[in-house]
Each structure stands twice: as C-alpha cells, then as structure tokens.
Write a protein that binds this ligand. Structure first.
Ligand code: ZN
Length: 244
C-alpha cells in the first residue's frame, strides 16, 4: 500500500471565489479524490494553516509519497518543516511538485538551483504536452501527446538542474516550450509536473489524473537500505609503502 499525503497551501480557494467555485474542497481535495480511488493507495491531506502545516513527524514518517501545491505563500512555510521534508526525501520518500510548487522551498532546496526562475504569462492558452520518454512509467497510457485546453503558460528558461529523465515537454501557442515533466533522484524520487494553475479545472482532466497517479507509483520507495557513511574500517587489509 502506498501512503500518500497531498499538501496544499489552500489559500487561493479561501480568498478567491472563482477558485473556490472550481475547487470547493481545495486543490488537495480534488487530487486526493482521484488518487484515493486506487486500491494500492491510502491518501491523506495536509494544509499550510494546520499546526506544523499538517506535516507532523507522525505524518511525514508515515508518508511514502508527498505531493506539493503552493503559490502565494511559499515564504510562510517554516524552514523547520522544510528541513524535515527534505530529510525524508533524502531518506527515500517520493516528492511530486505540482505547477507553481516549482518555487516552493522544499523543491528549490532539494534541487539546489533557482527553481523559482522561469518565463510565465497568464492568458489561459492551451498547452500540448509531448512525451519525450516513451515507455517511461509516468507516461503510461498517454500516447504521443495530450493537450490541456486552458492553463497558465510557463516557458524556458527554467532554472533547474538537468533532469535525470525528461518525460514531457510542453508547447504553447505563443511559441514557448517548457520542460513540464521532469524526474530527479535525491535519495527519494522527485517528479515536477507543470500543469495546474488554480483558475482552471486542470486536476479534473483524465490525462492529468493518469500522469499524477503514475507519478505516485513511480515515486513510491521500493525500499531504502540502511547505508554506511562516515569513518569506516577498510574492507581489504591496507599495505603501507614499507610493507612492499
Ligand atoms: Zn499558476
């Protein structure tokens, strides 16, 4: 069973009626809804305004894959919680950063670059996501490409380290392209997935749900062995120069 936690800052839904109309139970509620239909997943949610942002040690230690949606309140996420999230990823927990979570503290810290930097514009354009890793488990069931009818446009340059695997590249009618589905490993597996601006019903789209479901299964840790670091006795006997 994959233990999933869907984290959302949950502010746009409280402050903007047009967002609440699309996501009456929050973006986290919509994502948890479709994920919890999978028999191999148990799903819970956590939000910014809960104590410890809903990410207590108990929750984090019992999470296999953490999904993260944030936008207007990245700076309100406590550094202490961010450190714990990053440690859990380093120890094997999967992490899926959605849309504007490219600028979230845990994602930036895990990747080590200015991941907040990219081109963007908000014209409600369509985007076409091309599969660039056919056969990758995250692209299972997608075909050559799929289209999101309306979303925010992101474009290169996107200041991430080179992904270990690039699963999707987006094309936009304005001519922009964007690395919209990126895999990294930082102990645990990390997936960044670009669609999902709060004013469009993106998380109800079938292909989006397929990709996120696939990503949860891909990011779930199979196992994380105890490993040794620090001073260690040599495996073979050491011969000094004088011994020869
Ligand atoms: Zn957005």
């Amino acid at each position: 069973m994959i233990r999933v936690t869907v984290w959302n800052e949950f502010r746009h839904e409280k402050e903007m009626p047009e967002v609440a109309a699309i996501y009456p139970n929050g973006i986290h509620g919509a994502i948890a809804d479709f994920l919890s239909k999978n028999e191999d997943m148990t799903v819970r949610t956590a939000t910014l305004d809960e104590p410890e942002h809903g990410l207590t040690d108990e929750v984090l230690n019992n999470t296999d894959v953490l999904l993260w949606w944030g936008h207007m309140a990245h700076q309100e996420v406590s550094d202490e919680v961010v450190a714990k999230v990053c440690q859990r990823v380093n120890d094997g927990m999967g992490f899926i950063a959605l849309h504007s979570a490219h600028a979230s503290k845990p994602f930036s810290r895990l990747l080590g670059t200015r991941t907040d930097m990219l081109r963007w514009r908000e014209d409600g354009d369509m985007q076409r996501l091309w599969v660039t890793s056919p056969g990758h488990p995250i692209a299972q069931g997608i075909g050559d490409y799929f289209e999101v009818p309306h979303d925010e446009t992101y474009g290169e340059q996107f200041f991430i380290p080179q992904p270990d695997n690039l699963v999707f590249i987006s094309w936009h009618p304005g001519g922009e392209v964007f690395r919209s589905g990126c895999c990294f490993v930082r102990g645990g597996r990390i997936f960044y997935f670009q669609p999902g601006h709060e004013t469009f019903p993106v998380y109800y789209q079938k292909e989006i749900q397929t990709v996120i479901t696939n990503a949860v299964r891909w990011a779930a840790p199979l196992y994380m062995p105890a490993y040794s670091t620090g001073w260690q006795k040599s495996v073979e006997p050491i011969h000094t120069y004088e011994d020869k």
